[in-house]
Structures are given as C-alpha cells and as structure tokens.
Design a binder for this molecule. Structure first.
Ligand code: NAD
Length: 361
C-alpha cells in the first residue's frame, strides 16, 4: 500500500493506492461519519456494493445507484442522489462515498458539494481514468445539454481510496480510455513519462501490477502537485486541460459516441498538430502522440462525418473559451504545455481537418 498526500491551503487528504483485493477495511477507517450514502452506477454496484455494505457493519448504510454512461452525467442523476439524501434525512455531519468511474466520482462530489452547502465525501474510484485523474483534485459536476461539465463546483474529498484490483473487472475499452488521460500528463510537464509509457506499454496492457502501481502513483502525484499550486484553476491547473477543449467538443458533437479518454486521445493529436501548425513545436510531436495513442488502441483520426465547423461551434461553448476567444493548451514540445490565448479559428479548423481518417500524418 502506498499513500500520497494532496495539500492545499486549509486542507490535506490522503490518496491511498492499494494492490490488494478491494480494501474494505481502509474504506471503513476513512469514513468521517456513521451515516453513509454509497453512490454507484448500475455496472459497478452489483460488483462491489454488497461486500462493501457487509463490511460496514455498525454503520447506517444507504445506497443510490445511478444509470451508467456519459449521457446520464446530468442534473437528473444528481437530483436522484439529492432525493435519496433527503429521503434518508442526511445532514451536514453525514458522509457520501462514490464507488465507480469518473462519472460517479464527479456526480457524487457535486451532490456532496451542494447538499446543505457541502458535506464530506470519499472517493473510491474503480476505473483507470478515475484512479489516475477524476477522483483527485476536487473538480465535481455534471454535463448540460450545451456542453460537458458546464455545471459544477470545486469540492475536495476527505480521501481517495484506490484499489488496483478493481481494474480486473473493467472492460478493456474502458481501461484503454484511461490511458488517454495518462498520456496527457506526458504532454503537460512530464517528458520522461512519455518514455516510461512507451517502454512499458505491453506491461500496462497486460495489467502488470507493478506497472499499474507506478502508473497510478505517478499520475496522482503529477496531478496533486498541480492542484496544490492552483486549486481553483486560476493559472497552472488549466494545463490539465491539454487536449480537453477538442475532446469535450468531440464528445458533444458525437453525442458521446467516444468515451471521455478516447476523445482526449483525439484531442491530444489535434493539440499537437495545432502546436506544430502555429510554429510552437517541431513537426515530430504529432507523430509521437499518434504512436503512443495507437499502441493503446485509442482513436487518433476523426471520422469525416464530424465537420470542423461543428466541432468549433461546440468549442465556442466550452467553459475555457473566454470572451468568445479560443483559449487552448498547446505545447512547445513534449512536456512543455502552455496556455495560448486567442488562437485563430481558421487554424484550429485546419488542425481538425489534418487529424482525419485518410489524411497523411
Ligand atoms: N473531475 C475531474 O477532475 C475529472 C478528470 C478527468 C475526467 N473526469 C470525468 O470522468 C468521466 C469519465 O470517467 P470514466 O472513464 O471512469 O467513465 P465512467 O464513469 O463511465 O466509467 C467507465 C465505465 O466502466 C464501468 N466501470 C467503472 N469501474 C468498473 C469496474 N471496476 N468494473 C467494471 N466496470 C466498471 C462504469 O460503469 C462505466 O460503464 C468523464 O465524465 C470526465 O469528464 C473528471
């Protein structure tokens, strides 16, 4: 077991990474109240809620199971959790526990942020994407029909409890999608991590425990450092959005045909192309991303049915666009991300079109 710590002004919490089978004892020891609402989705609940419930002998345990999938990361699912809290008379001293992927983590966190203006919650992420990213850092929220994550709050958990063993039940497509977010860290400020991911790609794909432990602890550490310096995204935390303005637009335009991590992979290729096109980076950067993304069976070319115009329209609605101008995270090279304000739309369109199926790389 390995424990990292996330420190921000006024708050510190542990990120516990455990290789053993689902560590109920650890979860039990981290609960800050006797009355507990377990929140999960319809795929994860049948796998893990019953044994967890049994372990929480002596606690008053309730549960709320939401529908799975990005189309259900919405106000209705959030409302369902609030209704369950109201029905069971939860008050400010009770606690919520998110058991699931990034969607369950984000919605549960937002329910905890809004119930009685803020109650405690604990993250028990069960997907790779949630373990390396979504459960850490306190960004919570839901989608609006106008775009991804447009409704939300910053609300930090009491603890993040990761059990690598839960990845054994994760479908392979979901596992690979998690790698999309891991590759992002290499592009932001960890050029050596690119090499590590490349060299260890087979071990990761085979879910070698040592490789997964390293992958998860590195990613959580990278994220914790950035969040420590900028909890509310006034500056450096925006770098974590590398590839994400493209990704959110692709998710929206495709009606969530792509998993989040898959859309991030596509977004990274577009961000690399744009960085090169605007003269910030050497041409080889895009090929480097494509090579690693392809190694994890992630998409790196956009189908022709999604037009640049549609994607740019969705990008204008993204919350990171400021006063109608495109503010994007670009790179000067691998591991050298920066915030670029006022990126011209015609060049963004060229980059989207240069990342299509059948276009020479
Ligand atoms: N808050 C943040 O900082 C942050 C960061 C990155 C991503 N996100 C959000 O995370 C979401 C994506 O998360 P995700 O990829 O985990 O998606 P997800 O929550 O949909 O989980 C993936 C799928 O796998 C299933 N699943 C999860 N764990 C499982 C397990 N152990 N065994 C079997 N099935 C399992 C889920 O039911 C779901 O069908 C997006 O909405 C994204 O916006 C948030």
């Amino acid at each position: 077991m390995q424990t990292l710590s996330l420190n921000i002004p006024g708050k510190q919490y542990p990120i516990v990474i455990d290789q053993q089978a689902f560590n109920f004892a650890e979860i039990r020891s981290r609960l800050t109240a006797q009355k507990v609402m377990l929140v999960s989705d319809e795929n994860v609940a049948p796998l893990y809620l019953e044994p967890l419930r049994a372990e929480l002998d002596g606690f008053e345990v309730h549960e709320c199971v939401i529908a799975a999938g990005e189309n259900h990361k919405n106000i209705q699912s959030w409302q369902m959790i609030l209704d369950a809290l109201a029905k069971q008379g939860f008050n400010r001293s009770d606690v919520l526990v998110a058991v699931g992927g990034g969607i369950v983590c984000d919605i549960t966190g937002f329910a905890a942020a809004s119930w009685m203006r803020g109650v405690d919650f604990v993250q028990v992420p069960t997907s790779l994407l949630a373990q390396i990213d979504a459960s850490v850092g306190g960004k919570t929220g839901v989608n609006h029909t106008a775009g991804k994550n447009l409704i939300g709050a910053f609300h930090q958990p009491q603890a993040v409890l990761i059990n690598i063993a839960t990845l054994q039940t994760l479908p392979p497509r979901e596992f690979n999608a998690g790698i999309g977010e891991a590759i992002k860290y290499a592009g932001i400020n960890q050029p050596d991590f690119y090499g590590w991911l490349h060299d260890n790609r087979l071990a990761i794909k085979q879910q070698d425990q040592k490789a997964l432990q390293h992958l998860i602890s590195e990613c959580c550490g990278f994220k914790a450092e950035i969040v420590r310096d900028d909890e509310k995204e006034q500056g450096v935390r925006a770098l974590l959005n590398l590839g994400h303005t493209f990704a959110h637009a692709i998710e929206n335009v495709s009606d969530y045909h792509y998993l989040h991590g898959e859309a991030v992979a596509l977004g990274l290729v577009m961000a690399a192309d744009l960085s090169v096109r605007l003269g910030h980076a050497e041409p080889g950067l895009k090929a480097q991303f494509i090579e690693l993304i392809a190694a994890f069976d992630l998409p790196h070319a956009l189908p022709n049915k999604y037009t640049a115009e549609q994607i740019i329209h969705a990008m204008r609605l993204d919350k990171k666009a400021q006063s109608g101008q495109h503010r994007l995270i670009l790179m000067r090279g691998m591991g050298q991300a920066f915030i670029a304000a006022d990126v011209p739309e015609d060049v963004i369109a060229e980059s989207i079109d240069a990342c299509r199926e059948g276009v020479e790389k």
